[in-house]
Design a protein around this ligand. Structure first.
Ligand code: NAD
Length: 249
């Protein structure tokens, strides 16, 4: 599906991003992995770039090096993001600035760095990774939800700005996904196993989403098969946002 195409995945060193990199390569793409720690990929189809979505210069240099290695950039997956826990009283101004800088401005910086290359592509697509927190009120996620709501709004605005140039922009909105991120959150809980069961039960499918399931949705939106899809959000959340089931028991 991606033969001859080049993708850049931010946050491609772990979790959902890594699953996207693996799925894209398996489907024929060559991939630039932008991460604070991109690892040392031992595959000529993968080009690791130490890049920080909070640092514009690293993104511009990273896009240049991917284009030099693979001949261009067709697809951008804006996946890098960081967590924030708490109500509006729990995070100070510096933390608000830090998280919004990575989760929101990180998307705009990376996209601006990629656009000169995407404009030369016949199959240009951007997929942003939002969250169920953009559309559902979750407790103690004020800052994180604000950041992901902004990613959803940005997806629509970017799609409107770029549709005339043939560049599609969509997002995915995952529920709770079994990644190192969630493992870190669980490790802080009083009873990690009970907390994991609680998170799984919150999703109507009764389990956490897998990173591969999110990657499959990202790949669809990034692929030429979704050529008529732009400005959309695709929930990958085990039914959490859409279903209203009777209480169990
Ligand atoms: P993860 O922590 O496993 O991976 C995130 C990756 O992003 C890491 O490799 C990290 O080094 C990289 N990263 C962090 N800050 C960066 C920066 N400034 N510049 C470049 N790279 C950076 O997390 P994950 O669970 O795979 O999450 C990926 C995305 O999915 C995030 O945007 C997150 O908000 C979103 N998401 C996750 C879940 C979930 O339950 N795991 C649910 C909804 C949305």
């Amino acid at each position: 599906m991606f033969d001859g195409l080049v993708a850049v995945v931010t946050g491609g060193g772990s979790g959902i991003g890594r699953a996207c990199v693996e799925a894209l390569v398996a489907d024929g793409a060559r991939v630039g992995v932008f991460d604070l720690d991109p690892g040392a990929p031992d595959d000529p189809r993968v080009h690791g770039v130490r890049a920080d979505v909070a640092d514009r210069a690293s993104l511009i240099a990273g896009m240049e090096s991917v284009a030099e290695a693979f001949g261009g950039v067709d697809i951008l997956i804006n996946n890098a993001g960081i967590s924030a826990v708490g109500t509006v009283e729990d995070n100070d101004d510096a933390e608000w600035a830090r998280v919004l800088d990575v989760n929101v401005t990180g998307v705009t910086r990376t996209t601006a760095a990629a656009l000169p290359y995407l404009r030369r592509s016949e199959a240009a697509a951007i997929v942003n990774v939002s969250s169920i927190a953009a559309g559902a009120g979750l407790p103690k996620r004020a800052l994180y939800s604000a950041s992901k709501g902004a990613v959803h709004a940005l997806t629509l605005a970017m799609a409107a700005d770029l549709v005339g140039e043939g560049i599609r922009v969509n997002c995915v909105a995952p529920g709770t996904v079994d990644t190192p991120w969630v493992a870190r959150l669980l490790a802080k809980a009083d009873d990690p196993q009970a907390e994991k069961r609680r998170l799984a039960a919150r999703q109507p499918t009764g389990r956490l989403v897998t990173a591969q399931e999110v990657a499959a949705a990202v790949l669809y939106l990034a692929s030429p098969a979704a050529g008529a899809v732009t400005g959309m959000s695709l929930a990958v959340d085990g039914g959490m946002s859409g279903l209203r089931l009777p209480a169990r028991g």
